[in-house]
Design a binder for this molecule. Structure first.
Ligand code: ADP
Length: 365
């Protein structure tokens, strides 16, 4: 299997903040990520439902000697969309070409990739919701009829010529499946969500990766890192590296629960994995808006964050752990969020009429 990458995200500039970043987008500090990727399905922890569906798809495609159906993976960053795609290529014994939508601005960018494909190859497009319309339209006949339509000439003499393509599999990865156009979404045979990981699954990932990094770690240390990793393997890897540094400088190199706690306190990652911005967001909601509900725009203005950043980066995990609630009337802090930040939850949380079909008591916690 060859991995052909035309992604450009590894060249991003260094962030100005010195702290460990607990937000899940790929950061320059994740450069070493490739060494920690699970190599096969057996190393890919969790995501049971996803693995079951893919297991069937792989067997069926192999028995028919066909390529896999086009696949769309959606879910927050860092949950393993790229990793599972690389594993799929390995299992199928095919090449995988990695790219990202922002690198496909011009039609010739995508056309150039398509003509290089060999039978059965996988083309992986990250952030596929960001494809420009014009590029997306080239994909429609390519996905459906394995055909590349090229316009030859200009103006009234322009003609469309079709070039046949080998059967290939397109894997799209996105954090916003709702932003995909219907024609593109409809051309995927399988749409699979990736979910946040449980603490014990993250601890398993941490233990394995500590082994790869040759850092001694005990079970309680791995669990503590897992607890603070926001359900996200990428963040677990990042925290592991920071705790390793701390263990080497302040301890005897071994990661224990105490060392993990001390290190992550130093990096301002709290016991639920919240960082300074998460806490500030909830604090503003509680102190300025009496816990909400308040609109996203108002919250963005008060915190100085972009509303899109709040929606895509901060909210998913806060909602997942039941600290933030989203209703038609706006964002609300749950009783659990009040308690976590040391506030007394207001009495109104106890009134059933206030529940409005959501979970302000944070009972899912
Ligand atoms: P995404 O493409 O969803 O942003 P990645 O596949 O790049 O996420 O995952 C980031 C890192 O997290 C990987 O390099 C790997 O170390 C780790 N990882 C993700 N999912 C898993 C998993 N299921 N099991 C083990 N490690 C994982």
């Amino acid at each position: 299997m060859a991995i052909i990458s035309s992604r450009s995200d590894n060249n991003a500039p260094e962030p100005k903040r010195p702290k460990v970043t607990v937000q899940p987008e790929k950061q320059p500090e994740d450069r070493q990520e490739e060494t920690l990727r699970p190599k096969g399905l057996e190393e890919y922890v969790g995501q049971k439902a996803l693995k079951a569906v893919l297991g069937v798809a792989i067997k069926a495609a192999k028995s028919r000697q066909e390529s896999l159906d086009h696949l769309l993976f959606y879910g927050p960053p860092g949950l393993g969309k790229t990793s599972i795609s690389l594993i799929l290529a390995r299992e199928m014994g095919v090449n995988i070409h990695l790219t990202t939508a922002p690198a496909l601005e011009r039609p010739r960018d995508i056309a150039g990739l398509l003509v290089k494909l060999q039978r059965g190859d996988i083309l992986f497009i990250d952030e596929i919701h960001r494809l420009p319309r014009i590029t997306e339209e080239i994909l429609y006949p390519a996905m459906e009829d394995f055909r590349l339509d090229v316009t030859v000439g200009k103006g009234q003499t322009a003609k469309i010529t079709s070039v046949p393509l080998p059967r290939f599999t397109l894997i799209g990865a996105t954090t916003r499946s709702g932003s995909l156009s219907a024609p593109l979404r409809d051309r995927f045979g399988l749409l699979q969500a990736l979910r946040f990981y449980e603490v014990d699954e993250l601890a398993t990932i941490v233990r394995r990766n500590a082994g790869l990094l040759k850092v001694p770690i005990d079970d309680a240390g791995a669990l503590e890192i897992g607890r603070r990793a926001r359900g996200t393997p990428r963040i677990a890897n990042r925290l592991l590296k920071r705790v390793r540094d701390y263990a080497q400088v302040e301890g005897d190199g071994v990661i224990t629960e105490a060392i993990a706690c001390q290190a992550l306190e130093l990096y301002e990652v709290d016991p639920r994995g919240l960082d300074w911005t998460d806490r500030r967001l909830l604090q503003i909601l509680i102190e300025h808006y009496n816990g909400g509900p308040t609109g996203l725009e108002a919250l963005a203005a008060a915190t100085g964050e972009e509303s899109q950043t709040i929606e895509e980066v901060y909210e998913p995990y806060l909602i997942q752990i039941g600290y933030l609630l989203r209703s038609a009337r706006g964002r609300m802090a749950s009783a659990a969020a009040y308690k976590h930040l040391g506030y007394e939850p207001p009495k109104r949380f106890e009134q059933a009429s206030f529940l409005d079909g959501i979970d302000p008591l944070g009972l899912r916690n």
